[in-house]
Design a protein around this ligand. Sequence first.
Ligand code: SAH
Ligand code: SF4
Length: 441
Amino acid sequence: MEKDKKVVTLAYGCQMSERDAETLTQITRQEGYTSSDDLQNADLVIINTCCVRESAENKILGKIGELKKLKEKNPNLKIAISGCMVQQPGALDRLKKRAPHIDIWAGTHNLHDFSTLLHQAQQGEKVAEVWEEPKTTLESTPLAEKGKLQANVNIMYGCNNFCSYCIVPHVRGRERSRKPEEIIQEIKELVASGCREVTLLGQNVNSYGKEFSPSYDFADLLHDVDQIPDLLRIRFITSHPKDLSDKLIETVAQGKNLCEHFHLPIQSGSNFILQRMNRKYTREYYLSRVQKIHELLPLASLTTDIIVGFPGETETYFEETLEIMTLIQYSQAFTFMYSKRSGTQAAEMEDQIPLDVKKRRLQRLMSVQNKQSLEWRQKMIGKIYEILVEGPSRTNPERLVGRTRGNELVVYDGHPDQIGSLVNIRITEAGTWTLVGDLET
Ligand code: SAH
Ligand code: SF4
């Protein structure tokens, strides 16, 4: 009997990349592979790549280099590189030259056909398939892994916003929404297999359904997903502030299982920088959206993404970012140094910021945010929060871990029977990232 073939899948970058990696793993499963994390004994390694910042690319190039040695030891090993890095205009030739040991190259629009590429590679061919445009019908049948407590569900693909720093629209194509009935069907199947929490994914979920007639928008979708029996929680990312409607905030406020958490990337607190970033909102507009959220959902958690060192960012503009953060009080912020991405508008801007200045600003931003995250959590002490229990804590396996509706991590002493269910926890201690609490009986 043929020995059980092992696949190791590594995903870099955002949830979409992780979701794509899951689809690829599922395809290999249909081809007789089982998942593993043991690179030394792998028959197939898949790296689903990210190119949003240079640091991600460098990490991935390092990994691809390491795999060369593995292939020398095990010549039967097949290696596949897929996703955003491969999709960048002009990247494939450069990558192929740099890494001739790779068997399969696949762009973001070529995942559905991975089994064909795999068969060719198994015959000893080196294959590359990078379509410039997606074929929507092929995307509509994603293969989610069944039987997990939490699942990510694509509701749309691509992005039309062209923020001036961002490579995503260049490698993911234009916005296209999946049909509501397909999304709901997929979620029902996930729930039947044991899933209790879904995160609806899109680069800008607030523009979901713009192309639909009769009209059906993201708030309508959330409302309908909220009716699915036995689904305990619904999350969504990412909300572009310019498209965050009152209707959506009201829908979350009136929903049953719609989590009161908004990931609302601000990117900068300076109107000058926001305009150069092509974000299409001002700091005043952003603050008005936050105010609306607080009005209807006083307990909502807000998280954000911030870029420091965007071309033209003076010390004063940077201070405006620190100031707005302090005003808003985020539960968490993902902070990045601006990274020049060739092919984007900002890469051509003249007043690029030196690395040492970017590093210093990032440090300051992070220390302000860490203080805020801690303060945010300290305010939770003494109150009771509902958490969905996910499993044993990674750092303290005798304890259980779960998340609040606001997406804050909570550790407590509980019974394994509680995994997968909702429990009430009174918060007793707060750290920057984690809360500790006691089960309320
Ligand atoms: N569609 C989402 C997220 C896209 S990428 C959104 O609009 O929020 C995730 C985050 O990476 C962005 O929010 C941004 O903060 C950061 N990012 C994107 N391009 C970047 C670049 N060139 N340099 C640094 N950070 C970047
Ligand atoms: Fe990139 Fe802007 Fe689109 Fe987000 S909305 S993916 S930051 S272009």
